[in-house]
Design a binder for this molecule. Structure first.
Ligand SMILES: [Zn+2]
Length: 294
């Protein structure tokens, strides 16, 4: 295992006045945490540049023995992003998880072993796309955070911080996929109205239910002829005979006159057309109902 050697830290990081000190401390709730400090022993902040210093000054303070290590605070004003891979190295044998081997190869930029000896940090030049990019074992930051710096260079990686914007974006797309944006003509979740009352017309539109027309009705406030979401179960795929409506008090109902749909009410209809419910869950439910009424 490579020893701590601050010489290895790339000059491009050392040049910046973004250094602080840190110390292992026990958290009140148990476990250890790395608390950031200024050279004079006061607390530092990963978001307050006034609490940072130059590398040489941080190193001098570190040599007093009062701190566990030095760290670098990343900001929007520098070109750096840090990628933390936790618990991916066995501190005793140096054996690495296959995933971390692949990532270190893929990024091919200055990489060091973290203070625990069990993690790796890959330094790259890139802007992290907006959004949270942290989960157990993988954390990516380019601002609002400080990273420890050990100089325990991970052998085989470059000694410099390399530009890896495309690689970062690809990794984030794989590891932190965004929920799919609704496209025109596709279903998207009903956003709801400001009050408790459901806006039936809006709900039908948002849920992708095909409305065939509106029926004037004496008892209900609004009645729509719709295509039944289970129309494929109707004899001959018949699309007629299905209605849903809303009473003046806001209560909603669903009725389909086809045999397979007998007993299906609003709750089941809403559950079926709501795109937030996974298709697999819907299928199971539909099968259960079909068997019961068959
Ligand atoms: Zn039906």
């Amino acid at each position: 295992m490579n020893p701590v050697d601050f010489e290895n830290i790339p000059d491009e990081l050392k040049e910046r006045r973004q250094w602080l000190l840190w110390r292992w401390e026990v958290k009140p709730e148990g476990g250890m945490t790395k608390v950031p400090y200024r050279a004079d022993g006061r607390r530092a902040s990963s978001t307050n540049p006034e609490t940072w210093t130059g590398f040489e000054d941080a190193l001098q303070s570190h040599e007093t023995g009062r701190f566990s290590g030095v760290g670098f605070a990343v900001t929007k004003d520098d070109p750096f992003t840090g990628i933390d891979l936790d618990d991916c190295v066995c501190p005793d044998t140096g054996e690495m998880s296959p995933n971390s081997v692949e990532l270190v190869r893929r990024f091919a930029s200055y990489t060091e072993i973290t203070p625990s000896g069990a993690g790796l940090r890959i330094w790259i030049r890139a802007r992290k796309p907006a959004g949270r990019c942290s989960k157990p074992g993988l954390e990516i930051y380019d601002t609002g955070r400080y990273f420890t710096a050990t100089g325990r260079h991970f052998a085989g990686t470059p000694e410099t911080v390399e530009p890896r914007q495309k690689e970062l974006e690809a990794l984030i797309a794989e590891e932190f996929p965004k929920p799919e944006e609704p496209r025109r003509g596709e279903r998207h979740p009903y956003a709801g109205t400001s009050g408790d009352r459901l806006d039936l017309e809006e709900f039908l539109s948002a849920s992708g239910v095909m409305v065939l027309g509106e029926i004037p009705d004496g008892t209900a406030e609004r009645v729509f002829r719709v295509v039944c979401p289970w129309a494929h179960e109707h004899t001959g795929g018949d699309r007629s005979g299905t209605r849903c409506g809303q009473y003046a008090d806001g209560a909603t109902w669903f009725h389909c006159e086809h045999a397979h749909c007998s007993g299906r009410g609003w709750a089941e209809f809403r559950n079926e057309v709501d795109p937030r419910i996974p298709a697999t869950a819907k299928r199971c439910k539909a099968r259960r109902v079909w068997r019961r009424s068959a």
